[in-house]
Design a binder for this molecule. Sequence first.
Ligand code: GLU
Length: 454
Amino acid sequence: MSYVDEVLAKVKEKNANEPEFLQTVEEVLTSLRPVIEQNEEKYRKAALLERLCEPERGISFRVPWVDDNGQVQVNRGYRYQFNSAIGPYKGGLRFAPNVYPGIIKFLGFEQIFKNSLTGLPIGGGKGGADFDPNGKSDGEIMRFCQSFITELYRHIGPDTDVPAGDLGVGAREIGYMFGQYKKITGLYQGVLTGKDIPYGGLLGRTEATGFGVVWFAEEMLKANGEDIKGKTVAISGFGNVAWGTAWQLQRLGAKCVTISGPDGYIYDPDGISTDEKIAYMLELRASGKNICAPYAEKFPNAKFFPGKKAWNVSKDTDCKPDLYIPSALQNEIHLEDANTIVESGCKFVCEGANMPTTNEALAYLQDNGVIVGPAKAANAGGVACSCIEMGQNAGHTVFQHEDVYEQLHAIMVNIHKSAMEASLKYFGKYDLVKGANIAGFEKVADAMMAQGVV
Ligand code: GLU
């Protein structure tokens, strides 16, 4: 049995109840085959892949908090410190009711390669809680965040582990956690990123993920003889990533025609192309209702399709998008959605969310000639800017907006280049999914081999 298959079997046995984690491990290890085969003996002896698939540390803790009725509630918090071979653990915190170790481990594992791809010195980690921020008052959110960090503070630090936001965690939550960390430790440190501007946040961090996704898509299109300018783009989600994506599409002269929420999707034939519409996405998100339907009331030319996913726009309307950018959740593109995308004649999918495509759907898209920009490459702009924020805090300085955009753009161009070159080298073809895994892996593997059995 090959070393990859051997490790895959072990990981499946050990983590049988964590399908999301198994999905990403399978996707990554499978694409690493040619690199592993070249070094099979060396890596097997060092149990490199077994170590890579086992978090260095996983913390699970009680988060008790008092709701507005005086009732004590208890949630479960997590931090998985996955790999610190190339830098301190870095990755977001997700607050959502479905959070359990399988979700945090999938995100943490992805983060190792994503962070490595940025070219910056950051390891991989992820955390969160099974807490649903929707419908909670500001006071409840604050008390929850304070309780969460009252345990987590002892495991994090600017040179050990630097959490940030993810689903359900934005600048407000980061602010409450930062305040509590400072109160407990007495230290004013860059221990969290995604902070608000007045207390160490980075100008441009909020839109960084979305901007990065679109710059990555621009490179992907360019490499295939196309220009993003003038393209029609369907995106899903209406949160942080979707907002930055819609804004950057507008800046680069493309037309974003959809957004979506758990309630359905919006088709706006005029494009989400004005400052007013882009600002309205922020309002929708801030409403805490987690629905996108009100967009169609505010902008009557737009149409709301209840209960449907944005990919159906090619069936429900006469719009045929040139590019899809899933920017909501993991596993939102299943096989039937991939089929709809292929049937629509679209040639490009660029992943804004983490692992939005099931492995089956990914294979179907690629087998049918669709070029896929994988999340760990395409959405790495967020964490890249987080690392810039760490540098800003450590240097006790402030970086300017334009400098951040310039650095971010260069990072995204470089990620695309590394993924493209790795895929051409090992597979002789342009396959960014495999190429990104390999390019991300190589640096981490070399660092782990150099640092001995730890
Ligand atoms: N949650 C984001 C991601 O998935 C950002 C993480 C960070 O900035 O540390 O990459």
